[in-house]
Structure formats: structure tokens, C-alpha cells
Design a protein around this ligand. Structure first.
Ligand SMILES: Nc1ncnc2c1ncn2[C@@H]1O[C@H](COP(=O)(O)OP(=O)(O)OP(=O)(O)O)[C@@H](O)[C@H]1O
Length: 258
């Protein structure tokens, strides 16, 4: 069970998705997805490999076009925005990629400085340095400031990836398999960081994963994706306290693969 979380504002919807559909040829990957994400909430989308989680998050991020349906981010329907408006909106959305997506040829400081100065030309050198140090401190890795990505562990790279996203203070964060490829102890650290970010940066997040521990500790709400629809949702306990074979088989699959 997730420990005491933030106050969720159920009067403010930051992501609204209605009847979203996406096919590739004959394959109907998303067959009518509806979801409202409330301000301050972390929603975990759980689904087996190939269930369409990445396709969904790419559509929300505006990287992939749906066949039909609607996605509203912070009150704006993304299909109705021109390129400039979409870019401005994207600045309010943080993407935490599975791969961390750091620039290998740049130090940690440079990896953070690059997006910051590109988007905040108003900052002085001193403010840039202070902002970088603050965000590195928040993810617990100030000591890596001069290191290169190749010198970091997988968990540290994930943290720096999260720091690079946080440096622009996003309102919404999309996490793609945040604990993918990490050992169980490092997974717990990343889960704790996701919760800390939610509280400290007042973010609302969608977390896609097939890691039940991650879902349990970070999700204020869990939705389960299978056969192109969300077939079950609620707290972790509500979702898993069932005889539904699709839920039980997911659970068994997870336990077997630990
Ligand atoms: N650009 C594409 N062209 C054709 N098929 C695609 C494309 N992107 C995804 N698919 C298909 O859509 C289905 C869902 O893929 P997706 O990557 O969303 O799964 P996932 O739930 O994220 O899986 P995993 O947990 O393994 O990352 C898969 O069958 C995949 O092959």
C-alpha cells in the first residue's frame, strides 16, 4: 500500500482521454481508452508486455497520432494545437524514458545544463548552477555532478534522467517503465523518488509498468490494460482482490518472473 501521499485535487483534471483508438494494420492495440488524471495524482497503468502501454504513453506525449478519440492535456486538446502551441505545452510535461536517454558525451552537469539554458534563457550563470545543484540534491546525486554517464550505475542514470526532466518543473510526468532493468533494492529507491517528486514538485503522473512493486508503492490508482481496454481500476488492493482470471494470471506471471 502506498504510504501517505499528497492531496489529490479531484476538481482539476490534468489529463483527459476519451474513447482513444489505435490500430496497426489488422492489430487493434487500443480499442476505446478512457482516463481522467487528477491534479496531484499518480496513476499506474499496468499491463503485460505488448498490451499497448507504450503506444498509449506515446499518444499522450503527442509522439504518435491516434486513429480516433481525444487527448486533453492541461485543458488543451492536443489535436487542435499548432506546432508552437504543442511545443509550449510539452514544456509542462516531463518524459522519463526507460533508457534514461542521457547524452553519453556530456557530463551530468552538461546533461542538465543543456535543456535548462535552451528553455530558460533568462537565467544567469549563477542561477543555472544553483538550479542544477538543487535538482541533483533532490535526486540524491549531487556528488555525480562532474561524472560522465558511463561512470554511473543503471539506477543513478535513471535518477539523472529524472533530474533532467525535473529541472524544467513539469506539471505532469509520464514515466515509461521507471524500474525496468533495475535490481529490487534500486527499484525501491526509484519508487521512493517518484513519490518524493510527486510531493515536492506537486506533479501529477502516469506511470506505465509491469512491475507490481512499483505499482503498489507509487500508484494512488491502478488501471489494468488488456485487449486494448482498461478492464479494471482502483487502489492496488481493490484491483488485486478478485477472482478475475486476467488479474490472477497477471499476478502469477509477475511472481514467476521475479
Ligand atoms: N509503430 C508500430 N508499428 C506497428 N506495430 C506497433 C508499433 N508500435 C507498437 N506496435 C505494436 O503494438 C503492440 C503494443 O506495443 P507496446 O510497445 O505499446 O506494448 P507494451 O505494453 O508497451 O509492451 P512492453 O511492456 O513489452 O514494453 C505490440 O504488438 C507492438 O508490436
Amino acid at each position: 500500500m502506498k504510504s501517505a501521499g499528497p492531496k489529490i485535487d479531484r476538481n482539476t483534471i490534468v489529463i483527459s482521454i476519451k474513447d482513444l483508438q489505435k490500430s496497426f494494420g489488422e492489430m487493434n492495440v487500443l480499442r476505446g481508452i478512457d482516463l481522467d488524471l487528477y491534479k496531484g495524482e499518480n496513476v499506474v497503468i499496468l499491463g503485460r508486455s505488448g498490451s499497448g502501454k507504450s503506444v498509449l504513453i506515446k499518444i499522450i506525449a503527442g509522439l504518435l497520432k491516434p486513429d480516433s478519440g481525444m487527448v486533453k492535456l492541461l485543458g488543451s486538446e492536443i489535436n487542435n494545437l499548432d506546432k508552437k502551441e504543442l511545443l509550449a505545452l510539452r514544456l509542462k510535461i516531463g518524459f522519463s524514458f526507460q533508457s534514461s536517454a542521457l547524452y553519453d558525451g556530456m557530463s551530468v552537469w552538461e546533461n542538465l545544463q543543456f535543456p535548462l539554458v535552451r528553455n530558460r534563457r533568462d537565467l544567469t550563470k549563477k542561477q543555472v548552477n544553483e538550479t542544477i545543484e538543487q535538482v541533483l540534491n533532490d535526486v540524491g546525486l549531487l556528488q555525480t555532478i562532474d561524472q560522465m554517464p558511463a561512470e554511473l550505475s543503471g539506477g543513478q542514470k535513471k535518477r539523472i534522467g529524472i533530474a533532467r526532466m525535473l529541472i524544467l518543473h513539469p506539471e505532469i510526468i509520464l514515466y515509461d517503465e521507471p524500474t525496468g532493468g533495475l535490481d529490487p533494492v534500486t527499484c525501491v529507491e526509484i519508487n521512493n523518488l517518484i513519490n518524493k517528486v510527486q510531493l515536492q514538485y506537486n506533479t501529477s503522473s502516469i506511470i506505465i509498468t509491469h512491475d507490481l512493486s512499483c505499482a503498489k508503492s507509487t500508484g494512488d490508482r491502478i488501471v489494468m490494460l488488456s485487449d486494448g481496454i482498461f478492464f479494471r481500476q482502483g487502489s492496488f488492493e481493490e484491483v488485486f482482490n478478485t477472482d478475475d482470471e486476467r488479474v490472477k494470471s497477471f499476478y502469477n506471471y509477475y511472481i514467476l518472473n521475479q
